[in-house]
Design a protein around this ligand. Structure first.
Ligand code: AVI
Length: 324
């Protein structure tokens, strides 16, 4: 077991470093980007299908009910463009937009960017079958590195999609910094379409992150299971409680795992991680914004807000910004 764990540590170096640093910090925290192993992907799929998690349905409504309007905005003056999607996943929502653009004979190439090689090869293989005529070039890697690559591949103007309220998984300051960096990787006139989950009834938000079936709880606990499996740790997963909270004042929705007892967790090759009873690990932030904040975000990072698309409940916004 010990030997196996060492091998795992070597092959998962960044994961190991981030986990150990996070658990030795005060307060303890883990990076939510590590939720998404194979089991985490499945659980996230279940979250998106569960009644309380409204975000996916809201953005899906926008992309299915206002497809032509979004396509027209992206087509702009009709000049050729690259449609770049950050964190494309299976492109379920964006494929509606792609189909409409093809129907309108828009001159564009789709460049999905994803950290997962599996995602990119599957998009490259399947999308041209379901969307005949689509020009696609998947790019596997970090967002900003791949944006540089996209700029090197073609001089066309860029339209960047960053959907799913993924920006909400960054604390506000990091999100601001992300938008500034995004701007730095674009040229004046380039466009971004970016999804934000909006502030709304606090009960609605809280329920989305504390669903009655316990899927979100399992999603959080799965990261402890992943740490056990991949890093040889010995978290007693049943001895942690999932706690989600939403603060309507700041718009921060946060998830924690709270230790149900005094306990020690061993991770090979590092100090014992001690938990007092009721001590928590901060797992994730899902930040909610007002429409005013979304506009302020644009202007403070070098974009001009152009228009926005919202669902019929007014719960979610896909904001359209142009780089100045
Ligand atoms: C991916 N991201 C936008 C989701 C969210 O709503 O913050 C992740 C998630 N975490 C718990 N439920 C869903």
């Amino acid at each position: 077991m010990r030997m196996k764990a060492r091998q795992a540590v070597t092959s998962n170096n960044q994961f190991y470093v981030d986990v150990v640093n996070g658990l030795q910090a005060e307060p303890k925290h883990l990076d939510a980007k590590y939720f998404y192993d194979a089991a985490g992907d499945k659980l996230f799929q279940q979250i998106m299908n569960c009644g309380e998690y409204y975000l996916t349905n809201c953005e899906m409504e926008i992309f299915t009910q206002q497809t032509a309007e979004i396509a027209n905005v992206a087509m702009g003056d009709g000049s050729p463009f690259d449609l770049i999607e950050l964190g494309a996943g299976d492109a379920t929502k964006s494929s509606h937009l792609l189909r409409n653009l093809l129907q309108q004979k828009a001159d564009f190439t789709y460049l999905p960017i994803d950290i997962s090689g599996h995602v990119i090869s599957s998009l490259n293989a399947t999308l041209p079958l379901s969307l005949p005529g689509l020009k696609i070039k998947g790019l596997q890697g970090e967002y900003f590195e791949m944006l540089n690559k996209a700029a090197a591949i073609s001089p066309n103007r860029k339209v960047v999609l960053f959907m799913g309220a993924n920006i909400g998984n960054m604390p506000v300051k990091d999100a601001q910094h992300f938008c500034e960096e995004l701007r730095d990787h674009l040229s004046p006139g380039d466009m971004v379409i970016i999804g934000f989950d909006l502030k709304k009834n606090p009960e609605t938000i809280l329920a989305a992150y504390n669903d009655s079936e316990g899927i979100t709880k399992a999603f959080n606990l799965n990261l402890l299971t992943r740490i056990n499996r991949e890093l040889g740790a010995d978290f007693d997963v049943d001895q942690f409680h999932h706690y989600a909270m939403y603060d309507p004042e700041t718009g921060s929705c946060k998830s924690y795992l709270v230790s149900l007892k005094d306990q020690d967790v061993h991770i090979p090759d590092t100090e014992i991680v001690h938990f007092d009873k009721d001590e928590y690990i901060w797992m994730e932030i899902s930040q909610k914004y007002s429409r005013r904040q979304v506009d302020d975000f644009a202007t403070s990072s070098g974009f001009a807000p152009v228009t926005e698309f919202t669902d019929s409940k007014g719960w979610f916004v896909d904001a359209v910004w142009v780089a100045e």
